[in-house]
Structure formats: C-alpha cells, structure tokens
Design a protein around this ligand. Structure first.
Ligand SMILES: [Zn+2]
Length: 418
C-alpha cells in the first residue's frame, strides 16, 4: 500500500517558540549556506507556527546557550525592501525576540588608517544611508538618518573584543573548524589565495584585466601590503554605508567613505535596523572597486558567520533575556499614540482614574490620564502584563515621555515583581 505520509524528522523537537530570542538574518544564499554550518544543534521545524503575513521559512537551532532562528533567503532577492520584509516577518513570528544579527558580506574600504582585507569582518556600529539626501549648490547633503545598534549590542561587541584581545578567540581557527565540521561542502569555503588591492587609478579592463590573471603582471598598480601577523582574520568596528546601490568604483568608494567615515558598504543594514534592534556583522568579500568579483563570497560569509557565532558565545542567556523585546517599540508606540489622541479629543465623559492617583505617595495629576478610556487602559495593561520582561525598557522610556507611563508602569512593575 502506498502512503503519502512524510517520514518523521530525525531532528530534535525544538524548545517552545517563545524561547527563540536571537534572530539571524541572511540575504544571500552564500550567507545562508555559511549560517547553516554554525549551529551546535538543529531543531525540527515541523511544528513552527508562523504569524499571518510572515513569508519567511526558517531553520531553528542552538548556538551555545542561545536558541536562534535563521531565515532561508529566496534566491536572487536582495536590497532594502526585501530585507525589510524578512525582518518584519521574523519579528511577528517570534514575539519574544530580543535582537537580530544581520550576518553576511560587504564591500570593504581599505585605507592607510585601517588595513581592511578580504575575509576580515566589520561590526557595524553605525549604518549610514549615504545616498539618501539632496543635491545642493554646495554639493550633496545627506538627510537620511544614521542608525546605531542598541546599547546592549554595543556591550556585546565589547565582550567579544575582550575575548579576542585575550586570545580566547582566533577567528581563522574558528572558521577552519566550522569549515571542516561536516564532511560535505567544506571545500567550497576554502580561503582563496588571491587578495589583490589595486590602486584607485588602475581601472578594470573587461576580459583582460590583471585581476583575472593567476599571477599579477602589473605589480606597480598594486598596493603592497605586509603579510599579516597573528590571526589572518581581523575584526573592525565602525560605520557601514548602506543603500540600494552597488559600488564598483574605487574613487566613489573612497570619497563617500571619507565623507561619512565608513568601513564598508552593504545594501540591507539600515532596512533591518528600521525594524529590529540589530547588529550588522559583515565579512569583506571585495573592495567595492571595478575589480570586484565573487571569489571571496563564501569565505567572507563564513568569516562573518564565525564572528557572529563567537559574539553569541560571548553572551550569557541572562544577557539576552534582559535585552528589550524587539517588539517593545511597537507596543509602546501604539499606546502612546492612542493616549495622546484621546487627550486631544476630550477630557470629559471618560473614566476617571483618580482611584490610582497615588503610587507610593506620588500623585498622578497628569492631565490626559483622565482622558484615557477604561478599555484603552485595560488593553494597555493586559499587553504590559504579558510582557513583564520589557519593564526596564518601558520604565526608562516612560520617564522621558509622560508622568502617566511613569506611574502606571511603576505600579505594575511592583505588582509583577513581588
Ligand atoms: Zn580588474
């Protein structure tokens, strides 16, 4: 008899979906191939419930103490809109998510100050939308806002740095160990031998360029660099130029980098950071010049993945749990808008909340408290009660926005934490 039943998965059942707190976003298939190798353990995804509107597919797994969800990027789709959709989908399905790592490749900006080479990794502490702006009589002026990762992720960089400095982490060795972890597929991730950085004025010539030869013949056009001592793979931190734009020109690369103080270029960081607390982890796969090719894509993807893995291994599960929920901004924004709107409409005919007027002796005489309807208040409190772990964040936020939030949140914080 023929049956259509799917064979049972050999993978372990995952922990509850609410235990997945770290997102790992990849955009290119090379980035996904690298990501799939770094898990300590992979879980069965048969029972995964995706939210309405989430079009991502996922693999679920564990890195050290952290449960991680990795999206499967559709082939040949990249750029900001696509990245935005992936981030939105992930956040809606994993409601207890704290942050995402955007792990993939970028075009590097080598300079006398920073000896960035192919296979190195840049941790993005600023994402600069370098083409978002206006042309004026005095040249281009950027108007797009620079985004930064949340403080918790900047702290995470410090923890990783500490391990690198104490030689607890050697990225070249970590990459090699991941590369050879599985018998299949490791050869594709071998470190390429050829890392040539041409001078800016030496332009690429299609089909006959020096960059295509096995051995360079035009040594005078190459930047000569000393062999690296110590770890071949270095980690930098700084700005990332991010826009729907591919740079393949050394002069443009350097001009923008100088203007914006950036170390590499990608296409997705700002789009993901718009949606989620996110740290971009970028492996350098080319020099964003005319000689750009795809030879280093896999190795650079693996370098970024290995670095992101080491970053996670530097964090305790408590560190992650104490980070604000990725969705917190939305929840609070929604209620803040609602409350302000109600305040603008009327202060009469609504529920008087004066019976909550005193919290630890502090009076709640903020004008629009009285304007908030009971339904709005209850709805707010229900949400908040279900999100006890965003208390610290809400508390900090409320201090800057309104006395109402300050008092109500403080009261519930006390109730929930007793
Ligand atoms: Zn060339």
């Amino acid at each position: 008899m023929v049956t259509n039943t799917t064979p049972p998965s050999t993978l372990k059942a995952p922990p509850p979906q609410t235990d997945f707190k770290v997102g790992w976003i990849c955009i290119l298939k090379e980035e996904y191939r690298a990501a799939a190798r770094i898990l300590d353990e992979q879980y069965d995804t048969t029972g995964l419930v995706r939210s309405y509107g989430d079009r991502n597919h996922y693999i679920l797994g564990r890195v050290g103490a952290h449960n991680v969800m990795i999206n499967l990027p559709p082939a040949e789709m990249y750029g900001q809109l696509h990245a935005h959709m992936i981030a939105h989908g992930m956040r809606s399905t994993f409601s207890r998510m704290r942050f995402a790592l955007l792990v993939g490749i970028a075009g590097g900006v080598p300079s006398p100050e920073r000896d960035i080479r192919l296979g190195d990794v840049v941790l993005g502490t600023r994402a600069v939308p370098y083409r978002f702006g206006k042309e004026t009589d005095h040249g281009f002026q950027r108007t797009g806002l620079v985004q930064t990762p949340p403080i918790k992720l900047l702290e995470a960089i410090t923890l990783l740095e500490k391990r690198i400095r104490s030689e607890d982490v050697n990225l070249s060795e970590a990459i090699e160990s991941i590369r050879t972890k599985y018998p299949k597929g490791g050869a594709a991730f071998l470190r390429p031998a050829k890392d040539r950085l041409y001078k800016g004025e030496f332009l690429h010539k299609e089909s006959e360029c020096d960059c295509l030869r096995l051995e360079p013949e035009q040594g005078a056009d190459l930047h000569l660099r000393d062999d690296r001592k110590g770890d071949l793979v270095q980690v930098f931190q700084g700005g990332i130029g991010t826009d729907n734009w591919v740079i393949k020109n050394a002069k443009i690369r350097d001009d923008i980098a100088k203007r914006e103080n950036i170390l590499c270029y990608d296409m997705e960081a700002s789009a993901v950071m718009d949606v989620l607390p996110c740290l971009p982890v970028r492996g350098i796969s080319d020099y964003a010049d005319g000689h750009k090719n795809d030879h280093w894509r896999l190795y650079a993807s693996l370098a970024a993945a290995a670095c992101a893995r080491e970053l996670l291994l530097s964090l305790s599960s408590q560190f992650v749990a104490q980070s604000p929920l990725a969705v917190a901004g939305d929840v609070l924004g929604q209620y803040n808008v609602e409350a302000v709107d109600l305040n603008a409409v009327s202060t009469t005919g609504t529920v008087d909340l004066r019976h909550t007027d005193s919290v630890d002796g502090i009076s709640l005489q903020v004008p629009w408290i009285k304007a908030l309807s009971m339904a709005a208040r209850d709805s707010f409190l229900t949400v908040v009660s279900n999100h006890t772990d965003i208390w610290h964040w809400l508390y900090a936020f409320s201090r800057t926005r309104s006395g109402y939030f300050y008092h109500i949140l403080y009261r519930y914080y006390r109730i929930l934490t007793i």
